[in-house]
Design a protein around this ligand. Structure first.
Ligand SMILES: Cc1ncc(COP(=O)(O)O)c(C=O)c1O
Length: 382
């Protein structure tokens, strides 16, 4: 049951969740029947008609419009990428940073965000890791670390390792006040937490699509602010150009870049995944991200209630204002939990400080109760 939408109907899209207790959507989500069908339709078009490429490309633009609507930005601000890491690397290399400049990151944040910036240390850019104070990151986390050479802040919106939900609106305001670039890794929030790009005001915001956006690995989205003109792509292809040569002959005097986010796109698209994304957006829009979030918070409250009753500590924040709706790391006592949960047909991920339970739009209250009962059975024995 859910107060927010018909979870039973959603579960019929994901039959695998009746065969196992799937609590690992922060790792990847199972494929919905409608998303699989969209992939099969795409492959059939290629197989039967040798690919109606202009039709496919028109659909790319339609999906771009829908992604923009999801993030509350203009379609011209959206580039398709391969994954979050590519988006973070495009961002890090597009910023006009010089030797001696510094970038602030959060200690312990996702390595794929950190490495994109650590790679810049080869050209003399300094990376400073700022510790969290308490359970969140907001403007005060960074205020003292900013000096005259600070040029950018980059962090995850939601952390994969403990389910923090950082105050990206406040950090975005700080960046605008202090003239800093702002880069957000939204991998764990897209499709689960409503995102308002206009309110966040990030220079770049990137995400892969294989978690909350429900498509197979290999597609990412990258939002780029259009009013920041000094952002240049590290790579160039015909698709990056304002006027690609009609005769397909490259010339050095024809390298003016597109003004929109398309200047960061390289060559052909991941067309199968973009077709899959059209179907997953049907599913997500049909429910509404706000309802997906509200349902996940309810499941989280229920899980925290079980943990309190069992005396199990939650590693990340408890407070709804500071925690993500769908990611909970449990500090279970003793060893052997991974093997035990696998033997009980429960899918979770091991995390730094415990085991991570993460919800998808198909999880139900009874999933949470079943999980708690499975944990309880072993707690007495360890
Ligand atoms: C916050 C965050 N960033 C990035 C990634 C992964 O990056 P990519 O999409 O490049 O695989 C993950 C999880 O896999 C993540 O949780």
């Amino acid at each position: 049951m859910s107060r927010h939408y018909d979870v039973e109907a959603v579960r019929r899209e994901f039959p695998v969740v009746e065969r196992m207790l799937y609590l690992d959507s922060a790792h990847q989500t199972p494929l919905a029947a409608s998303v699989r069908d969209a992939l099969l339709r795409f492959y059939s078009e290629g197989h039967d008609f040798a690919g109606p490429k202009p039709v496919w490309l028109a659909r790319v633009d339609e999906v771009r419009r829908r992604v923009a609507r999801l993030l509350n930005c203009a379609p011209s601000q959206i580039a398709f990428t391969k994954n979050t890491s590519e988006g973070m690397n495009i961002a890090a290399n597009a910023l006009p940073l010089e030797a001696g400049d510094n970038v602030l990151l959060v200690e312990g944040d996702h390595p794929n965000n950190a490495y994109a910036f650590l790679n810049l240390t080869r050209r003399g850019v300094e990376v400073r890791f700022v510790p969290l104070r308490g359970e969140t990151a907001d403007a005060s986390t960074f205020a003292d670390a900013i000096d005259g050479r600070t040029r950018a802040i980059s962090l995850s919106h939601v952390t994969f390792h403990a389910g923090h939900r950082f105050d990206v609106e406040a950090i975005g305001r700080l960046c605008r006040e202090r003239g800093l670039f702002f880069v957000v890794d939204a991998m764990q929030s897209t499709g689960v937490v409503p995102l308002d790009a206009a309110a966040i005001g990030a220079t770049f915001l990137g995400s892969g699509c294989h978690k909350g956006l429900l498509v197979p690995q290999g597609l990412g989205i990258l939002l780029c602010r259009e009013d920041v003109r000094e952002l240049n792509p590290a790579y160039m292809a015909m698709s990056s150009l304002a006027s690609p040569p009609a005769d397909y002959i490259a010339r050095a005097d024809n390298m003016a870049l597109r003004a929109d986010a398309g200047r960061f796109e390289i060559g052909n698209f991941n067309l199968p995944d973009i077709h899959a994304l059209a179907a997953s957006l049907d599913l997500i829009e049909g429910i509404g991200v706000a309802s997906i979030e509200a349902h996940a918070y309810d499941l989280g409250d229920r899980l925290i209630g079980h943990c309190d009753e069992m005396g199990v500590r939650l590693v990340g924040p408890r407070d709804r204002a500071q925690r993500a709706p769908h990611i909970y790391v449990l500090d279970l006592p003793g060893e052997g939990w991974i093997d035990y949960l696998a033997s009980e047909n429960v899918r979770i991920s091991p995390e730094r400080d415990g085991i991570r339970v993460s919800f998808g739009l198909f999880n139900s209250e009874s999933d949470v109760d079943r999980f708690a009962a499975i944990v309880k059975r072993r707690l007495g024995a360890v």
